[in-house]
Ligand binder design. Structure first.
Ligand SMILES: [Zn+2]
Length: 262
C-alpha cells in the first residue's frame, strides 16, 4: 500500500482504540501518528496508529518524545482512565447540553449528529457521538470568514502556521498568537461550552460571534442581534442557526434557535 491517506474505517477504529483523544493528554483535537514512521512501514496498520494532539505530535516529530512513550500511551490511552468518571461517563439516552457563553440549549437523545452551529446552509460546529463518546467537527474563522482551523471528528485538518493548544481538565484553548485566542471551549461527554469563537460565512461575512458570554449575530459584517441568557430545550436537530437570506432557508435544520435577516 503506497497511499499516504489513512482509510476512514481505519481512522474510526483508531479513534475508538484511543478513546477519542490524544493518548498522552486526552485532548479532543488530534492528528493520526504512525508510531513507526510511515516511510519505514509503508502501511496504515491500526496497531501502529495513535492519536496525538498537535503539541505531542510536534514533540514526537522533533524527537523529544520517544516512540516507546507513544506506544505505551497507545496501549493505555489517557481517556481510558476517564471512561467511568464524571463528566465523561454519561448514561445512554441523556440529552446533549451545549452552552454558548450564557446561553444554554439541550436536545437530541442518544447517538447521531447534533448540529450546533449552522450558517447559510453549512455546518460550522457538529457534535458527533461515537460509541458513547463525543467528538466534534468545526470550522473556526476570522471575523471575515477566513478559515483558521478545520477539524473533522477531532482530526486537525487545516495547516495553521502559528498556534498553540492548551488542554487542562476539560478546557481547550487554541491560540494563533500568544494573546490571540481563536477557540476557547469546555468539552466533555456531559456538555460542550463554547466561550469564544467566530463562525462566519466568507461569502457575505454573515455569521455568529461567541464572545463575552454572548452570541452576536452578524449580517454582512454588521452586528445585528445579541443573545444572552437564552434557554432552549428539546432541540432535535441542532442548536444555533443563521441565514442571511431566503435562499438559505430551504435546508434549514429543524430545532434551531434561529437568526434570520438582515
Ligand atoms: Zn497530547
Amino acid at each position: 500500500m503506497n497511499n499516504r491517506n489513512i482509510p476512514e474505517e481505519t481512522k474510526r477504529l483508531v479513534r475508538q482504540d484511543c478513546f477519542f483523544g490524544c493518548v498522552l493528554c486526552g485532548a479532543p483535537i488530534f492528528e493520526y501518528d504512525h508510531i513507526e514512521e510511515f516511510h519505514i512501514v509503508n502501511k496504515h496498520e491500526i496497531s501502529n496508529l495513535a492519536l496525538l494532539c498537535p503539541n505531542h505530535h510536534r514533540e514526537k516529530t522533533s524527537g523529544r518524545l520517544s516512540s516507546d512513550r507513544v506506544k505505551n500511551g497507545r496501549q493505555n490511552p489517557f481517556n481510558k482512565g476517564r471512561e467511568h468518571a464524571s463528566p465523561w461517563h454519561i448514561e445512554p439516552g441523556r440529552n446533549r447540553i451545549v452552552e454558548f457563553g450564557s446561553n444554554i440549549a439541550s436536545g437530541l437523545d442518544g447517538d447521531g449528529d447534533y448540529r450546533v452551529i449552522w450558517i447559510n446552509g453549512r455546518n460550522y460546529f457538529v457534535q458527533h457521538s461515537e460509541n458513547g463518546w463525543v467528538t466534534f467537527s468545526a470550522a473556526i474563522t476570522t471575523i471575515d470568514g477566513e478559515i483558521l482551523l478545520l477539524i473533522d471528528r477531532g482530526e486537525l485538518k487545516s495547516p495553521v502556521n502559528i498556534w498553540d493548544i492548551k488542554y487542562q481538565g476539560t478546557n481547550l484553548k487554541i491560540r494563533v498568537a500568544p494573546t490571540e485566542i481563536i477557540l476557547d471551549m469546555d468539552f466533555s461527554n456531559e456538555k460542550i461550552r463554547i466561550n469564544h469563537g467566530f463562525f462566519v460565512d466568507e461569502r457575505d461575512k454573515s455569521g455568529l460571534y461567541i464572545k463575552d458570554k454572548k452570541i452576536i449575530a452578524a449580517f454582512k459584517g454588521i452586528e445585528r442581534g445579541t443573545c444572552e441568557g437564552g434557554f432552549a430545550m428539546g432541540n432535535q436537530g441542532g442548536v444555533f442557526g443563521l441565514a442571511s437570506d431566503q435562499s438559505f432557508m430551504e435546508n434549514r435544520p429543524y430545532g434551531f434557535a434561529f437568526f434570520y435577516g438582515p
